[in-house]
Design a protein. Structure first.
Length: 377
Protein backbone atom coordinates (compact mmCIF):
# COMPACT_ATOMS: atom_id res chain seq x y z
CA UNK A 1 0.00 0.00 0.00
CA UNK A 2 0.99 3.63 -0.21
CA UNK A 3 3.10 5.26 2.52
CA UNK A 4 1.21 5.31 5.77
CA UNK A 5 0.75 8.79 7.16
CA UNK A 6 1.72 9.47 10.79
CA UNK A 7 -0.57 10.70 13.54
CA UNK A 8 -1.22 13.84 11.52
CA UNK A 9 -0.32 14.58 7.92
CA UNK A 10 -0.21 17.51 5.50
CA UNK A 11 -3.53 18.69 4.17
CA UNK A 12 -3.95 18.45 0.40
CA UNK A 13 -5.90 20.91 -1.74
CA UNK A 14 -8.48 18.28 -2.67
CA UNK A 15 -9.08 17.64 1.02
CA UNK A 16 -9.51 21.35 1.62
CA UNK A 17 -12.14 21.38 -1.12
CA UNK A 18 -13.97 18.55 0.61
CA UNK A 19 -13.83 20.42 3.92
CA UNK A 20 -15.30 23.49 2.27
CA UNK A 21 -18.24 21.45 1.06
CA UNK A 22 -18.70 19.96 4.51
CA UNK A 23 -18.62 23.43 6.06
CA UNK A 24 -21.21 24.86 3.66
CA UNK A 25 -23.41 21.82 3.82
CA UNK A 26 -23.49 21.62 7.61
CA UNK A 27 -24.13 25.35 7.72
CA UNK A 28 -27.44 24.52 6.02
CA UNK A 29 -28.10 21.10 7.59
CA UNK A 30 -27.95 22.08 11.27
CA UNK A 31 -30.52 24.90 11.05
CA UNK A 32 -32.88 23.10 8.61
CA UNK A 33 -33.22 20.15 10.96
CA UNK A 34 -32.90 22.02 14.24
CA UNK A 35 -35.95 24.08 13.29
CA UNK A 36 -38.03 20.89 13.45
CA UNK A 37 -36.18 18.40 15.64
CA UNK A 38 -34.95 18.63 19.22
CA UNK A 39 -32.06 16.24 18.80
CA UNK A 40 -29.64 15.88 15.89
CA UNK A 41 -26.87 13.38 15.35
CA UNK A 42 -23.67 14.12 13.47
CA UNK A 43 -21.44 11.09 12.94
CA UNK A 44 -17.88 11.26 11.66
CA UNK A 45 -17.10 7.59 11.19
CA UNK A 46 -13.44 7.98 10.17
CA UNK A 47 -12.75 11.05 12.22
CA UNK A 48 -8.96 11.33 11.96
CA UNK A 49 -6.75 13.21 14.44
CA UNK A 50 -8.77 16.44 14.44
CA UNK A 51 -6.02 18.46 12.79
CA UNK A 52 -3.52 18.43 9.94
CA UNK A 53 0.21 18.88 10.29
CA UNK A 54 0.15 22.67 10.14
CA UNK A 55 -2.71 22.90 12.59
CA UNK A 56 -5.55 23.11 10.05
CA UNK A 57 -8.82 21.81 11.45
CA UNK A 58 -9.84 18.24 10.74
CA UNK A 59 -13.44 17.34 9.95
CA UNK A 60 -14.66 16.83 13.56
CA UNK A 61 -13.49 20.29 14.61
CA UNK A 62 -14.96 21.78 11.42
CA UNK A 63 -18.38 20.33 12.26
CA UNK A 64 -18.23 21.54 15.87
CA UNK A 65 -17.21 25.03 14.81
CA UNK A 66 -19.94 25.28 12.16
CA UNK A 67 -22.56 24.55 14.83
CA UNK A 68 -20.89 26.82 17.40
CA UNK A 69 -20.31 29.83 15.14
CA UNK A 70 -23.49 29.70 13.09
CA UNK A 71 -25.45 32.94 12.64
CA UNK A 72 -28.39 31.05 14.06
CA UNK A 73 -26.17 30.03 16.98
CA UNK A 74 -28.77 30.97 19.58
CA UNK A 75 -31.25 28.50 18.12
CA UNK A 76 -28.67 25.75 17.71
CA UNK A 77 -27.38 26.25 21.24
CA UNK A 78 -30.75 26.48 22.90
CA UNK A 79 -30.78 24.26 26.01
CA UNK A 80 -33.86 22.44 24.70
CA UNK A 81 -31.86 21.19 21.75
CA UNK A 82 -29.23 18.52 21.82
CA UNK A 83 -26.56 18.28 19.17
CA UNK A 84 -24.83 14.92 19.43
CA UNK A 85 -21.41 14.58 17.80
CA UNK A 86 -20.20 11.04 17.52
CA UNK A 87 -16.57 10.83 16.39
CA UNK A 88 -15.11 7.41 15.69
CA UNK A 89 -11.40 6.85 15.10
CA UNK A 90 -9.69 3.49 15.08
CA UNK A 91 -6.06 4.53 15.47
CA UNK A 92 -5.15 5.18 19.09
CA UNK A 93 -2.61 7.97 18.58
CA UNK A 94 -4.94 9.83 16.22
CA UNK A 95 -7.81 9.29 18.60
CA UNK A 96 -5.81 10.77 21.48
CA UNK A 97 -4.87 13.74 19.34
CA UNK A 98 -8.53 14.22 18.46
CA UNK A 99 -9.56 14.13 22.12
CA UNK A 100 -6.88 16.68 22.97
CA UNK A 101 -8.07 18.98 20.17
CA UNK A 102 -11.68 18.72 21.32
CA UNK A 103 -10.75 19.38 24.93
CA UNK A 104 -8.76 22.50 24.08
CA UNK A 105 -12.00 24.35 23.46
CA UNK A 106 -15.02 24.89 25.64
CA UNK A 107 -18.03 23.94 23.53
CA UNK A 108 -21.64 25.02 24.06
CA UNK A 109 -23.35 23.09 26.86
CA UNK A 110 -25.98 21.50 24.62
CA UNK A 111 -23.28 19.81 22.51
CA UNK A 112 -22.91 16.20 23.46
CA UNK A 113 -19.49 15.21 22.12
CA UNK A 114 -18.74 11.50 22.08
CA UNK A 115 -15.37 10.47 20.73
CA UNK A 116 -14.77 6.74 20.54
CA UNK A 117 -11.60 4.80 19.86
CA UNK A 118 -13.00 2.02 17.73
CA UNK A 119 -13.80 1.04 14.19
CA UNK A 120 -16.76 2.71 12.51
CA UNK A 121 -18.30 -0.69 11.92
CA UNK A 122 -18.14 -1.77 15.57
CA UNK A 123 -19.08 1.55 17.13
CA UNK A 124 -21.89 2.55 14.81
CA UNK A 125 -23.28 -0.94 14.58
CA UNK A 126 -23.75 -1.03 18.35
CA UNK A 127 -25.45 2.39 18.31
CA UNK A 128 -27.87 1.08 15.70
CA UNK A 129 -28.35 -2.23 17.53
CA UNK A 130 -29.56 -0.42 20.66
CA UNK A 131 -32.02 1.61 18.64
CA UNK A 132 -33.20 -1.43 16.69
CA UNK A 133 -33.65 -3.56 19.82
CA UNK A 134 -35.90 -0.95 21.37
CA UNK A 135 -37.78 -0.40 18.15
CA UNK A 136 -36.87 3.26 18.35
CA UNK A 137 -35.64 5.66 15.70
CA UNK A 138 -32.32 7.36 15.41
CA UNK A 139 -32.39 11.15 15.68
CA UNK A 140 -32.08 12.83 12.24
CA UNK A 141 -28.53 12.03 11.33
CA UNK A 142 -25.79 13.02 8.95
CA UNK A 143 -23.06 10.41 8.67
CA UNK A 144 -19.72 11.37 7.16
CA UNK A 145 -17.67 8.39 6.01
CA UNK A 146 -14.19 9.49 5.08
CA UNK A 147 -11.79 6.52 5.01
CA UNK A 148 -8.46 6.20 3.22
CA UNK A 149 -9.65 3.18 1.26
CA UNK A 150 -12.81 1.31 0.29
CA UNK A 151 -13.13 -0.80 3.45
CA UNK A 152 -14.69 -0.44 6.88
CA UNK A 153 -18.17 0.65 5.76
CA UNK A 154 -19.89 -2.52 4.55
CA UNK A 155 -23.21 -2.19 2.79
CA UNK A 156 -24.87 -4.25 5.53
CA UNK A 157 -24.20 -1.36 7.93
CA UNK A 158 -25.15 1.37 5.46
CA UNK A 159 -28.42 -0.48 4.84
CA UNK A 160 -29.27 -0.32 8.54
CA UNK A 161 -28.57 3.40 8.52
CA UNK A 162 -30.78 3.91 5.47
CA UNK A 163 -33.64 2.27 7.35
CA UNK A 164 -33.57 5.13 9.82
CA UNK A 165 -35.81 8.00 8.72
CA UNK A 166 -34.13 11.34 7.99
CA UNK A 167 -30.68 9.80 7.74
CA UNK A 168 -28.18 10.83 5.14
CA UNK A 169 -24.66 9.97 4.25
CA UNK A 170 -21.63 11.56 2.62
CA UNK A 171 -19.00 9.05 1.56
CA UNK A 172 -15.52 9.74 0.29
CA UNK A 173 -15.12 6.90 -2.13
CA UNK A 174 -11.49 6.27 -2.89
CA UNK A 175 -11.74 4.80 -6.36
CA UNK A 176 -7.99 4.81 -6.96
CA UNK A 177 -7.35 2.65 -3.96
CA UNK A 178 -10.18 0.30 -4.89
CA UNK A 179 -8.83 -0.10 -8.41
CA UNK A 180 -5.17 -0.33 -7.51
CA UNK A 181 -5.20 -2.45 -4.36
CA UNK A 182 -8.45 -4.37 -4.22
CA UNK A 183 -9.57 -5.15 -7.72
CA UNK A 184 -6.25 -6.69 -8.74
CA UNK A 185 -5.90 -8.91 -5.70
CA UNK A 186 -8.34 -11.85 -5.45
CA UNK A 187 -7.52 -12.23 -1.74
CA UNK A 188 -9.16 -8.84 -1.18
CA UNK A 189 -12.27 -9.44 -3.24
CA UNK A 190 -14.33 -10.29 -0.18
CA UNK A 191 -13.90 -6.64 0.90
CA UNK A 192 -15.54 -5.55 -2.34
CA UNK A 193 -18.37 -8.01 -1.78
CA UNK A 194 -18.91 -6.33 1.60
CA UNK A 195 -18.69 -2.85 0.14
CA UNK A 196 -21.25 -3.55 -2.58
CA UNK A 197 -23.31 -6.00 -0.55
CA UNK A 198 -23.01 -8.58 -3.34
CA UNK A 199 -20.78 -9.56 -6.26
CA UNK A 200 -22.39 -6.94 -8.54
CA UNK A 201 -18.94 -5.38 -9.04
CA UNK A 202 -17.48 -8.60 -10.55
CA UNK A 203 -18.31 -7.63 -14.11
CA UNK A 204 -15.70 -4.86 -13.85
CA UNK A 205 -13.00 -7.55 -13.92
CA UNK A 206 -13.86 -8.16 -17.59
CA UNK A 207 -13.58 -4.48 -18.56
CA UNK A 208 -10.16 -3.41 -19.78
CA UNK A 209 -10.85 0.22 -20.68
CA UNK A 210 -10.01 2.20 -17.49
CA UNK A 211 -12.71 4.84 -18.01
CA UNK A 212 -15.44 2.31 -18.64
CA UNK A 213 -14.31 0.25 -15.68
CA UNK A 214 -14.45 3.29 -13.39
CA UNK A 215 -17.90 4.23 -14.67
CA UNK A 216 -19.15 0.72 -14.20
CA UNK A 217 -17.91 0.47 -10.62
CA UNK A 218 -19.15 3.88 -9.57
CA UNK A 219 -22.52 3.52 -11.24
CA UNK A 220 -22.89 0.14 -9.58
CA UNK A 221 -22.17 1.70 -6.18
CA UNK A 222 -24.65 4.49 -6.74
CA UNK A 223 -27.29 1.97 -7.79
CA UNK A 224 -26.67 -0.07 -4.68
CA UNK A 225 -26.98 3.02 -2.46
CA UNK A 226 -30.17 4.11 -4.23
CA UNK A 227 -31.53 0.61 -3.79
CA UNK A 228 -31.54 1.33 -0.05
CA UNK A 229 -34.23 3.98 -0.51
CA UNK A 230 -32.13 7.12 -0.77
CA UNK A 231 -31.48 9.25 -3.80
CA UNK A 232 -27.82 9.62 -4.54
CA UNK A 233 -25.47 11.90 -6.38
CA UNK A 234 -21.77 11.34 -6.94
CA UNK A 235 -19.24 14.06 -7.64
CA UNK A 236 -15.89 13.12 -9.09
CA UNK A 237 -12.89 15.13 -7.92
CA UNK A 238 -10.01 15.25 -10.43
CA UNK A 239 -6.72 17.10 -10.60
CA UNK A 240 -5.37 19.13 -13.51
CA UNK A 241 -4.05 15.98 -15.19
CA UNK A 242 -7.57 14.60 -15.05
CA UNK A 243 -6.48 12.05 -12.46
CA UNK A 244 -9.17 10.99 -10.10
CA UNK A 245 -8.69 11.97 -6.44
CA UNK A 246 -11.91 10.69 -4.93
CA UNK A 247 -15.65 10.59 -5.39
CA UNK A 248 -17.99 12.31 -3.00
CA UNK A 249 -21.12 10.19 -2.84
CA UNK A 250 -24.02 11.89 -1.15
CA UNK A 251 -27.32 10.16 -0.42
CA UNK A 252 -30.47 11.45 1.18
CA UNK A 253 -34.22 11.16 0.86
CA UNK A 254 -34.77 14.81 1.70
CA UNK A 255 -35.15 17.26 -1.18
CA UNK A 256 -33.85 20.12 0.95
CA UNK A 257 -30.75 18.07 1.76
CA UNK A 258 -30.02 17.41 -1.91
CA UNK A 259 -30.53 21.06 -2.80
CA UNK A 260 -28.29 22.16 0.09
CA UNK A 261 -25.56 19.77 -1.05
CA UNK A 262 -25.61 21.18 -4.59
CA UNK A 263 -25.53 24.73 -3.25
CA UNK A 264 -22.49 23.69 -1.22
CA UNK A 265 -20.84 22.20 -4.32
CA UNK A 266 -21.36 25.44 -6.24
CA UNK A 267 -20.03 27.58 -3.41
CA UNK A 268 -17.01 25.40 -2.79
CA UNK A 269 -16.24 24.61 -6.44
CA UNK A 270 -12.47 24.64 -6.52
CA UNK A 271 -11.08 26.86 -9.24
CA UNK A 272 -7.36 26.00 -9.19
CA UNK A 273 -5.89 22.68 -10.15
CA UNK A 274 -8.85 20.66 -8.92
CA UNK A 275 -12.39 20.33 -10.09
CA UNK A 276 -15.50 18.25 -9.71
CA UNK A 277 -16.77 16.51 -12.76
CA UNK A 278 -19.67 14.26 -13.49
CA UNK A 279 -19.62 10.51 -13.42
CA UNK A 280 -22.16 10.29 -16.20
CA UNK A 281 -20.72 13.01 -18.40
CA UNK A 282 -16.92 12.99 -18.60
CA UNK A 283 -17.17 15.41 -21.57
CA UNK A 284 -18.14 18.10 -19.08
CA UNK A 285 -15.00 18.18 -17.01
CA UNK A 286 -15.82 21.22 -14.89
CA UNK A 287 -19.26 20.64 -13.52
CA UNK A 288 -19.60 23.63 -11.23
CA UNK A 289 -18.31 26.49 -13.38
CA UNK A 290 -20.55 29.53 -13.31
CA UNK A 291 -18.79 31.35 -16.13
CA UNK A 292 -18.79 28.41 -18.49
CA UNK A 293 -22.09 26.73 -17.91
CA UNK A 294 -24.63 28.84 -16.03
CA UNK A 295 -26.43 30.11 -19.14
CA UNK A 296 -26.47 26.68 -20.74
CA UNK A 297 -27.80 25.01 -17.57
CA UNK A 298 -30.56 27.62 -17.26
CA UNK A 299 -31.64 27.24 -20.89
CA UNK A 300 -31.75 23.45 -20.63
CA UNK A 301 -33.69 23.75 -17.41
CA UNK A 302 -36.20 26.14 -19.01
CA UNK A 303 -36.88 23.57 -21.67
CA UNK A 304 -37.22 20.79 -19.13
CA UNK A 305 -39.62 22.78 -16.93
CA UNK A 306 -41.77 23.70 -19.91
CA UNK A 307 -41.93 20.10 -21.13
CA UNK A 308 -42.97 18.75 -17.74
CA UNK A 309 -45.43 21.49 -16.76
CA UNK A 310 -46.89 22.85 -19.99
CA UNK A 311 -50.47 24.01 -19.60
CA UNK A 312 -50.31 23.79 -15.80
CA UNK A 313 -50.67 26.21 -12.90
CA UNK A 314 -47.87 25.20 -10.64
CA UNK A 315 -46.54 26.70 -7.41
CA UNK A 316 -42.88 27.66 -7.66
CA UNK A 317 -42.25 25.68 -4.47
CA UNK A 318 -43.37 22.51 -6.25
CA UNK A 319 -40.97 23.14 -9.12
CA UNK A 320 -38.22 23.60 -6.57
CA UNK A 321 -39.02 20.33 -4.82
CA UNK A 322 -39.78 18.21 -7.88
CA UNK A 323 -37.49 19.54 -10.59
CA UNK A 324 -34.66 21.51 -9.05
CA UNK A 325 -33.79 19.59 -5.91
CA UNK A 326 -33.15 16.33 -7.78
CA UNK A 327 -31.67 17.91 -10.90
CA UNK A 328 -28.01 16.83 -11.31
CA UNK A 329 -26.54 20.35 -10.98
CA UNK A 330 -29.13 23.12 -11.02
CA UNK A 331 -29.95 25.20 -7.96
CA UNK A 332 -32.25 28.14 -7.20
CA UNK A 333 -30.54 30.72 -9.38
CA UNK A 334 -30.86 28.48 -12.45
CA UNK A 335 -34.57 28.22 -11.75
CA UNK A 336 -34.92 32.01 -11.65
CA UNK A 337 -33.00 32.33 -14.93
CA UNK A 338 -35.01 29.52 -16.53
CA UNK A 339 -38.29 31.18 -15.57
CA UNK A 340 -37.05 34.48 -17.05
CA UNK A 341 -36.16 32.68 -20.28
CA UNK A 342 -39.67 31.19 -20.47
CA UNK A 343 -41.46 34.41 -19.59
CA UNK A 344 -39.40 37.06 -21.38
CA UNK A 345 -37.18 35.47 -24.02
CA UNK A 346 -39.40 32.81 -25.57
CA UNK A 347 -41.67 33.93 -28.42
CA UNK A 348 -44.46 33.47 -27.86
CA UNK A 349 -43.88 33.49 -24.07
CA UNK A 350 -44.09 30.06 -22.47
CA UNK A 351 -45.07 31.47 -19.11
CA UNK A 352 -48.29 33.39 -19.40
CA UNK A 353 -48.98 34.40 -15.80
CA UNK A 354 -47.18 34.68 -12.48
CA UNK A 355 -49.34 35.40 -9.47
CA UNK A 356 -48.52 35.68 -5.79
CA UNK A 357 -50.72 34.39 -3.02
CA UNK A 358 -53.16 36.85 -1.46
CA UNK A 359 -52.92 39.11 -4.52
CA UNK A 360 -49.54 40.47 -3.38
CA UNK A 361 -47.60 42.47 -5.94
CA UNK A 362 -44.67 40.98 -7.75
CA UNK A 363 -41.73 42.87 -9.22
CA UNK A 364 -40.95 42.16 -12.88
CA UNK A 365 -38.40 39.41 -13.49
CA UNK A 366 -38.69 38.07 -9.93
CA UNK A 367 -40.27 34.84 -8.73
CA UNK A 368 -41.03 34.99 -5.01
CA UNK A 369 -41.40 31.66 -3.21
CA UNK A 370 -45.17 32.03 -2.88
CA UNK A 371 -45.83 32.55 -6.58
CA UNK A 372 -47.89 30.33 -8.85
CA UNK A 373 -46.74 29.99 -12.42
CA UNK A 374 -49.03 29.43 -15.37
CA UNK A 375 -47.31 27.89 -18.32
CA UNK A 376 -48.56 28.04 -21.91
CA UNK A 377 -50.16 24.91 -23.40
C1 LIG B 1 -8.98 10.21 5.62
S1 LIG B 1 -8.71 10.07 7.32
C2 LIG B 1 -9.98 11.04 8.01
C3 LIG B 1 -9.82 12.50 7.87
C4 LIG B 1 -10.89 13.30 8.54
N1 LIG B 1 -12.23 12.84 8.22
C5 LIG B 1 -10.78 14.75 8.14
O1 LIG B 1 -11.38 15.14 7.13
O2 LIG B 1 -10.10 15.49 8.84
C6 LIG B 1 -9.25 8.46 7.70
C7 LIG B 1 -9.13 8.12 9.20
O3 LIG B 1 -9.85 6.92 9.45
C8 LIG B 1 -9.13 6.14 10.41
N2 LIG B 1 -9.59 4.75 10.24
C9 LIG B 1 -9.11 3.79 9.40
N3 LIG B 1 -9.87 2.69 9.46
C10 LIG B 1 -10.89 2.98 10.31
C11 LIG B 1 -12.05 2.26 10.73
N4 LIG B 1 -12.31 1.04 10.28
N5 LIG B 1 -12.91 2.87 11.59
C12 LIG B 1 -12.66 4.12 12.05
N6 LIG B 1 -11.56 4.84 11.69
C13 LIG B 1 -10.71 4.27 10.82
C14 LIG B 1 -7.70 6.39 10.06
O4 LIG B 1 -6.87 6.14 11.19
C15 LIG B 1 -7.72 7.86 9.66
O5 LIG B 1 -7.43 8.68 10.76
Amino acid sequence: MSDKPGTTWGIEPHTEAKHEILRYYLGAWFPILASVHRRLLYVDGFAGPGEYSKGEDGSPIIALKVARDHVLGKKLQHPNRELVFFFIEEDQARFQNLERKINEIQWPRNFSIRPQNDTFEEAFSSVLAKIEEQNKQLAPSFVFIDPFGPTGFPLSLIRRLAQQPRSEVLITFNYQSLNQWFLQDPRKHRHLDELYGSDIWHQALQISDPGRKENHLMEAYQKVIEGLGWKGRSFRMVNKHNQIQYYLCFATSNWQGMLAMKRAMWKAAPTGDFRYSDLTNPQQPRLFDKELYDTEYSKDLANQIYQSHRGQNIPKQEILEQDIAWHPVCIDRHLTEALKVLEYEATPPKITKVERSGGKKRRRRTYPDDCIITSAP
